[in-house]
Ligand binder design. Structure first.
Ligand code: ZN
Length: 340
């Protein structure tokens, strides 16, 4: 039950053991304009570069057209729409103000991890094996990334079995700057309806994962949690590029403690590039031309992420600091990076 903590001047709420904040208060404090999209149901907060949509009871917030998983649902208490402080910290703020969260440093080496392999076929739809398409996508992506000037390493280059912990371990050994695990999805139900890419990054400490096989919330920090804000930023850029460039359904940026993610010591994501079980999307996944397009979209997402890490560090906030005016670097147009 929601309990209004009346003593708190700005109106803090407790719900399911979490502090909740009125979205309107948070928006005002951060220079965003807030309004109803559907009274009692959906709120929108906007500034010059960002548009956030909050749906009551939703486990997602839409940020510039992309769904981003929250750890706790949006709540409505007597007409006041609330967001968990936890999600403001772990999901929303890093995407709204990426220049404060992206660690500066050039992206040079990228580790690609084609999911499954050998006796682990991954999803099987008819005679289509996921392991073959993840390998084909990885090979295409490797070529495109090398052309773009990156060093690329792969966790496998053949149809061989690789233990899950060995995959991030290779990325760690070789000091990769980014880790990208490649998969394709399948569903038992609503095969004709469920389609579109999903991009995963590590679940924040103290939260449950988005995936159905979630491990609960009492999971301690993993090595990957050290880079969780960067991984979220990276996942967002990739998901945005996939959805935009492939004109695909957006199934969101999600959180999971996948074995291949939790030991990575660099920004790490897992891409589910679409649903093999969807008759239309499956056919695309099986086509080299579509995989080439998908690789192009991933490259664009990596370049967009790289741009964030090359931004000059933001100047310390001044009094009455406006979040839209951070930075002050002469040459880099910061506005393009915020939440986009
Ligand atoms: Zn898979």
């Amino acid at each position: 039950m929601l309990v209004h903590a009346g003593t708190h001047p700005s109106g803090a709420f407790r719900f399911n053991g979490q502090n909740y904040v009125p979205i309107a208060d948070w928006a005002r404090a951060n220079g965003l304009r807030c309004a109803w999209l559907k009274r009692g149901d959906e709120m929108v907060a906007t500034n010059r570069t960002a548009r956030l949509v909050f749906g009551v009871d939703s486990h997602y917030v839409e940020i510039n057209g992309i769904q981003v998983a929250l750890s706790f649902p949006i709540a409505n208490q007597q007409g006041v729409v609330l967001v968990a402080q936890f999600d403001l910290d772990a999901a929303i703020r890093p995407l709204m103000f990426p220049s404060r969260y992206a660690r500066p440093g050039a992206v040079k080496t990228i580790c690609l991890d084609p999911g499954h392999g050998g006796r682990d076929t991954g999803n099987r739809v008819g005679w289509h094996y996921e392991k073959l398409y993840t390998l084909a996508l990885a090979a295409e992506l490797r070529d495109q990334l090398r052309q773009a000037g990156f060093n690329v390493i792969l966790t496998r280059t053949k149809d061989t079995y690789v233990e899950l912990p060995d995959r991030p371990a290779l990325a760690n050994q070789r000091s990769a700057d980014l880790f990208v695990s490649l998969h394709f999805n399948a569903t038992e139900e609503a095969r004709g309806e469920v389609e579109g890419p999903e991009t995963y990054c590590i679940t924040p400490v103290g939260a449950s994962s988005t995936n159905a096989r979630g491990e609960g919330s009492d999971h301690g920090p993993t090595p990957a949690n050290r880079d969780e804000d960067e991984s979220l930023l990276f996942a967002y850029q990739i998901q945005k590029s996939l959805v935009g460039n492939l004109d695909a359904e957006d199934r969101g940026v999600r959180r999971a403690r996948f074995a291949v993610l939790r030991d990575a010591r660099m920004p790490a994501i897992l891409i589910e590039g679409g649903y093999m079980t969807n008759p239309y999307e499956g056919k695309q996944i099986y086509s080299a031309a579509y995989r080439r397009q998908m690789a192009q979209a991933i490259v664009k997402g990596i370049l967009a992420y790289q741009k964030l890490t090359l931004s000059p560090p933001p100047v310390l906030p001044a009094v009455n600091h406006h979040p839209g005016k951070s930075g002050g670097g002469p040459s880099v147009k910061k506005s393009s990076g915020r939440g986009e």
